[in-house]
Design a protein around this ligand. Structure first.
Ligand code: NAD
Ligand code: UDX
Length: 474
């Protein structure tokens, strides 16, 4: 088909979508698009064959990610107009619109290591789009990217266009979903952001979202504002958490209660009451990497003061995680060597199996370094993942005096048998109402509860005989 015909078809309506990257964003986002737009064929592709096989698994418990409500959406759309495949070229060639939803972690080597985003996966899949696309293709940045990345994408695509029967438009459409609430966030977004300067492409993407999102919630900006808005949103959210965690430490020192302070300030409509929950520091794959990227960009543009302002949000977060691990050691008579410690929760937040940058990792590593024997419980995290995160296989050695060990416990109560302390790290619903009498009975005395989320029934634990430390409680 000549380019012009395909171009005008793209203007009329998008019929086929390809999404590169079947991860925590690509999978749920495309599932909801396919569910809400039954006339559009959506194919999600990935280099990782095991991940694609898991997305195609008939046993929904084998899906590669745990996300409440995802199974119901998949059951409606998968096999109808939602497909998961490893044939990347074919899906690109067939598509009118290609979403780039690949990983963009922090660089670990070279210029900008430890701060800048590693764009090698974005570049690789853009080159693949450039080579495999046919006719007119709208390329949508779904990954979170440094501001002005669209320039790079456009340059790679433009080079492929020369002398070829193909053309491209580039849009930015960052994703604001949070893990654990992804399906609800996608079905009822606060806003959808689309950046770009090609009106036909903007309309084509807006039309997809208009199947279920009110038009007033679809914001249109230029490319750079869209890219920067995503980094800024995450920086502002993370900043609130570091702010409340800094005040939690002051509450502990002064007798104030951070929950009461959060309620008092959150009642001011200018501040708002969300994202004021003090905890073990934020985790997840986004906040740290996106702020570090912002810091890098500020430095790159010569804005040293702005860079150090945002850097402090990350530093406070690191400090909060470390301070909790050290406080546990200090309360347990300054040694945890050979002591069993129950750790409740390993995911970075409730309702996900994701452990990326989980505060549990840093806290566990600090305790292992001190020789602790950790009994870890988490309803969704797989022990293989914990082995990778802690860089050591499971295995307890109560006689160890060199390095700590860990094992998986089938229930919170079993984790606590013979333990000197129990640390609540993730706010899973089942940890809100634990049987503290039963737990206290199986622990070694004095028995400690360290509640890093302020969710456990501290009064019941105290009444049972436990010593209790709760984040932010003076
Ligand atoms: P992820 O690691 O779960 O998934 C990325 C997938 O891309 C992987 O499965 C990987 O195999 C695949 N991939 C990489 N290069 C490829 C290539 N050339 N061809 C085919 N597949 C390729 O990552 P994620 O959590 O889904 O995040 C993706 C992007 O979305 C990141 O930029 C992230 O910052 C952003 N984001 C994430 C979230 C979140 O909550 N996880 C929310 C908003 C935005
Ligand atoms: C975040 C953003 O919320 C989302 O918009 C973006 O698209 C991706 O990054 P996510 O990391 O999945 O989402 O979860 P989020 O709910 O933001 O929680 C991040 C971390 O902050 C978690 O460790 C969570 O426990 C912690 N948190 C959150 C707090 O400690 N206190 C709060 O009040 C809120």
């Amino acid at each position: 088909m000549p380019v012009t015909d395909k171009y005008f078809m793209a203007l009329a309506a998008v019929r086929k979508i390809c999404c590169i990257g079947a991860g925590y964003v690509g999978g749920p986002t495309m599932a909801v698009i396919a569910d809400r737009c039954p006339e559009i064929e959506v194919t999600v592709v990935d280099l990782n064959a095991a991940r694609i096989a898991a997305w195609n698994s008939l046993d929904l418990a084998q899906l590669p990610i745990y996300e409440p409500g995802l199974d119901a959406v998949l059951q409606r759309a998968r096999g109808r107009n939602l497909h998961f495949s490893t044939d990347v070229d074919q899906a690109i060639a067939a598509a009118d619109m290609v979403f780039l939803s690949v990983n963009t972690p922090t660089k670990t080597r070279g210029v900008g290591a430890g701060q800048a985003s590693d764009l090698r996966w974005i570049e690789a899949c853009t080159r693949q789009v450039a080579a495999a696309a046919k006719g007119h293709t709208i390329v949508v940045e779904k990954s979170t990217l440094p501001v002005r990345t669209a320039e790079t994408i456009q340059a790679i695509l433009a080079a492929a266009q020369v002398g070829e029967d193909k053309s491209f438009a580039v849009l930015s459409n960052p994703e604001f979903l949070a893990e654990g609430t992804a399906i609800n966030d996608l079905e009822n977004p606060d806003r959808v952001l689309i950046g770009g300067n090609d009106a036909a492409a903007l309309n084509a993407l807006a039309e997809i979202y208009e199947h279920w999102v009110p038009t007033v919630k679809i914001l249109r900006t230029n490319l750079w504002s869209s890219e920067l808005s995503k980094l800024t949103a995450n920086a502002f959210l993370a900043q609130r958490i570091s702010s409340i965690n800094s005040i939690a430490a002051l509450c502990e020192a002064t007798g104030a209660d951070v929950k009461e302070v959060a309620k008092a300030i959150g009642s001011d409509s200018r501040i708002g009451n969300r994202f004021l929950q003090s905890g073990p520091g934020y985790g997840g794959s986004c906040f740290q990497k996106d702020i570090l990227n912002l810091v890098y960009l500020c430095g790159y543009y010569g804005l040293a003061e702005v860079a150090s302002y945002w850097q402090q949000v990350v530093q406070l977060n690191n400090w909060q995680q470390q301070r909790i691990a050290r406080l546990v050691v200090q309360k347990l008579f300054n040694t945890v060597n050979g002591k069993r410690i129950a750790m409740l929760g390993f995911a970075f937040k409730a309702n996900t199996n994701d452990t990326r940058e989980s505060p549990a990792i840093r806290i566990a590593k600090e305790l292992l370094e001190e020789g602790a024997q950790l009994a870890i419980h988490d309803p969704k995290v797989n022990p293989d993942q914990i082995s990778k995160d802690l860089a050591q296989p499971p295995g307890l050695d109560m006689a160890a005096d060199v390095h700590g060990g860990w094992s998986m416990a089938p229930s919170p109560l079993e984790a606590c048998i013979g333990a000197d302390a129990v640390i609540v790290v993730t706010e899973w619903q089942q940890y809100f109402h634990l049987d503290w009498q039963a737990i206290y009975a199986v622990m070694r005395k004095p028995a400690w509860l360290f509640d890093t989320r302020a969710i456990a029934d501290g009064k019941a634990a105290l009444a049972a005989g436990m010593q209790v430390w709760t984040v932010g409680e003076g």
